[in-house]
Design a protein around this ligand. Structure first.
Ligand code: ADP
Ligand code: MG
Length: 329
């Protein structure tokens, strides 16, 4: 539904976006991730026709944003950064105004506004001036503007930025509920958001794409993927040495006890055993499964080890994010 083709943007000496290409199909929620200044907003502004690209283009359901801007823009809902809405207008009047611009008239226009107000749960504030609303409601008004014409392609720039956890939950639920019918791109730097709603992730750094994969695939690239974590009530002297001797283990690290919940009163150290990469060089292959099997056998053979828990780690998205986006200097 959306094809981004070799987009480039140069501001003077800054190459803000460099050769960015990707596609989004119906049902996909693509997370557009990257540190501040990576080029997310600039890319989104080019896709939605707010900023002319230096090179490249975006095709929305067959319509080129540069050559057919009007038919392309009819298919897009765009939620810009920082919810720019008219503070003096009431919610109802503002959405009515947007509906008019979008070409709805008469009864259809009123129905459209009413329906969008329901979808975005704005009924209780519809006659209030937007400037008097809390940040969460203001963001939802902007969200309503994005959805008013029921566009098949949604581009949202940090839709949950600055919202409290409850408001974030509401916005994420709304995004998830309409995902099946649409192609959605959201930019964010909140990694838990990616895990909660995105089916695929693009990580962008200094204007270039450095990863394009599902959250699960990305996590598998993490150093901790497939590592086995043991929580031990008491650490017998031979435990670490025996774990280190396993051929499937690359390295063993002991983490001191964290403050335990008061009720238990016990603080337990954790021992993390990292898998040895398989011959092919990929830690994901045979390594981790073998490691867990080996550790289980070792635990059975050493009944003196007082284990409280054992689990295989799936890896952390923020480790991968940091590895891919941190500057090397
Ligand atoms: N209108 C502009 N003029 C000059 N530089 C800009 C402009 N807009 C963005 N930039 C620069 O382009 C880079 C990417 O910015 P942006 O797309 O806003 O990143 P992000 O949304 O990922 O934080 C930054 O270095 C920013 O300073
Ligand atoms: Mg931005």
């Amino acid at each position: 539904m959306l094809a981004v083709k070799r987009l480039e943007k140069t501001f003077g000496l800054i190459r803000a976006v460099r050769d960015v290409s990707f596609q989004v199909a119906q049902g996909e929620v693509l997370g557009f991730l990257g540190p501040n200044g990576a080029g997310k907003t600039t890319t989104m502004r080019m896709i939605t026709g707010f900023l002319p690209p230096t090179a490249g283009t975006a095709i929305i359901m067959g319509h080129d944003i540069i050559h057919e801007p009007i038919s392309a823009k009819k298919l897009i809902g765009y939620l810009p950064e920082n919810a720019p809405v008219y503070a003096d207008m009431t919610v109802w009047n503002y959405l009515g105004f947007i509906a008019e611009i979008r070409g709805f008239i008469g009864r259809v226009r009123v129905e459209r506004v009413q329906q969008t107000i329901e979808t975005c749960r704005l009924d209780t504030v519809k006659h209030q001036a937007i400037g008097t609303l809390s940040k969460g409601y203001k963001q939802r008004v902007c969200f309503a503007q994005t959805l008013l014409h029921d566009p098949p392609v949604l581009i949202m720039d940090e839709p949950t930025d600055g919202l409290d956890p409850n408001q974030k939950h509401i916005v994420r639920t709304m995004i998830r509920n309409m995902a099946a019918r649409k192609a959605i791109v959201i930019s964010t730097h909140i990694l838990e958001e990616v895990e909660a709603i995105c089916t695929r992730v693009i990580i962008i750094r200094d204007g270039s794409i450095v990863a394009n994969a599902s959250p699960t695939e990305l996590k598998a690239k993490s150093r901790a993927h497939g590592a086995v974590e043991l929580t031990v009530k008491s650490a017998p002297g031979d435990l670490v040495a025996k774990l280190e001797r396993l051929t499937s283990a690359a390295r063993v690290e002991v983490y001191p006890p964290q403050a335990a919940p008061k009720a238990t009163g016990v603080q337990m150290p954790r021992v993390v055993v990292y898998p040895r990469p398989s011959a092919a060089g990929a830690a994901i292959a045979a390594g981790p499964a073998q490691l867990a099997t080996d550790i289980l056998a070792l635990v059975k053979a050493n009944p003196g080890w007082d284990l409280a828990a054992m689990k295989t780690l799936e890896g952390r998205l923020d480790d991968v994010f940091r590895e891919l986006t941190e500057s090397k200097n």
